[in-house]
Design a protein around this ligand. Structure first.
Ligand SMILES: [Zn+2]
Length: 291
């Protein structure tokens, strides 16, 4: 197999692994935007995010949130940017879909502005609601390109690490639904067969466009005048190994502690609410209700 990411997954080539489970692997980018930049890669080989199985998309979102927390605790990151590029027109360069998890620091000179510059500020208040359920709302966010949308939890959360995992998973599932519409041309009465890609971006802590966390889906097409790009940094092997060491054990411990904590909270909730659906049933019925 020629795919370099599949080779990493199969351990045919060495990589700096910070996280691994049955579904995804997290490795340090050796050409990072900032030190600690993680590539979160589904183990199944699919060229595009839109092609991933829904359960994998859900999992990807949850693990990204957990790794974000660990980047903050392990590396003292002041913010996180999550970026997925769909299709060549979305700026994707690899043949295997992946998510960039980029730790952000003050004055890191990255520009992941989602507000479309000063002159656009305030414009996003004139929004139409595209979808709503009891936990999530999707609105038009007409700032970067035509069809740009934002997916927000209804309850306000200041940073991604505070959003319950079940909601994070759903936000990414919704993002995938909208990306599918964009690339299939179904969205926005796109009847002139424009070829499109998309970017999926969530900024938290730094470059966060609203008080509450929001996941953005930005349609891309040939000749649009913007891109999510970054200059790569030269890093030595030793610096990367030091980060891997910080994650060793810490990932497992961090994640397990989080799960335990959430389980306790959940137990309390369930005791309060009595015969509420189990998380699994709820998740399945949620998939049926998606637009
Ligand atoms: Zn692959």
């Amino acid at each position: 197999m020629e795919c370099i990411f599949c080779k990493s997954i199969n351990k045919e080539i060495p990589s700096k692994i910070v996280y691994e489970d049955d579904v995804v692997i997290g490795i340090l980018d050796i050409y990072p935007a900032t030190l600690g930049h993680i590539l979160l890669i589904p183990k199944e080989h699919k060229p595009n995010f839109s092609e991933l199985d829904e359960k994998i998309v859900n999992h990807l979102g949850i693990i990204a949130s957990r790794l974000s927390l660990l980047l903050v605790t392990n590396l003292k990151a002041q913010g996180i940017s999550l970026v997925i590029k769909e299709g060549v027109l979305g700026g994707q360069r690899s043949s295997h879909t992946l998510m960039h998890i980029i730790p952000r620091f003050e004055n890191d000179s990255l520009n992941f502005d989602l507000l479309g510059g000063e002159e656009q500020k305030g414009k996003q208040t004139k929004t139409n609601k595209l979808y709503e359920d009891k936990e999530i709302i999707v609105v038009e966010y007409p700032t970067l390109t035509e069809g740009h949308i934002a997916i927000l939890p209804k309850e306000e959360f200041s940073i991604i690490m505070k959003v319950p995992e079940i909601i994070i998973g759903k936000m990414f599932l919704l993002a995938q639904k909208f990306v599918k519409k964009i690339v299939s041309g179904e969205e926005n009465n796109n009847n002139n067969n424009r070829k499109r890609g998309a970017n999926i971006v969530l900024n938290t802590g730094i470059d966060q466009p609203q008080q509450t966390v929001s996941l953005h889906v930005i349609p891309r097409e040939e000749g649009d005048d913007f891109d999510f790009v970054w200059d790569v940094r030269q890093v030595d092997d030793k610096s990367l190994d030091e980060i891997v060491d910080k994650f060793k054990g810490n990932v497992k411990k961090g994640v397990e502690e989080q799960i335990e904590e959430r389980r306790d909270n959940k137990k309390e909730e369930q005791e309060e609410e009595g015969n509420k659906d189990s998380e699994k049933n709820y998740y399945n019925s949620y998939l049926d209700r998606l637009p």
